[in-house]
Design a binder for this molecule. Sequence first.
Ligand code: DHK
Length: 142
Amino acid sequence: MRILVLNGPNLNMLGIREPEMYGSNTYADLEKFVDDVCRENGIDYEIYQTNWEGALVDRIQEAYGKFDGIVINPAAYTHTSVAILDAVKAVAIPAVEVHLTEVNEREPFRHISYIGLAAAKTITGKGFEGYREALLWLKDNL
Ligand code: DHK
């Protein structure tokens, strides 16, 4: 089983950005966390972060025929991107949406999720643990 883990804009700033909201762990820490979970559970994976919407669309399209599941935190594009929603629908690869923070308890514009319309599951507010839950959910349900 191959899982693609995608992270959107500003997640590369973890550890620096709004630590009271996102915590003090860095993006490198998140990469290591995902690596540890995948190793422990025999999951073959790739992880990719970009600040560019089109790059996320490209990676989702390129996953067609190569990956069995997607874990995606589109970050701010969650709330704006029809293009990312359409890409996930186009490849029809089961996707789990993850957010580090509890988006539904933040500003109203963060309550809207386009990707959520195509996601098999949504996990919010659990920090890095949300990625573990997403990876294991895909492992158990694919
Ligand atoms: C990350 C972001 O960068 C925000 O734009 C989203 C999400 C929330 C998160 O909780 O992981 O609104």
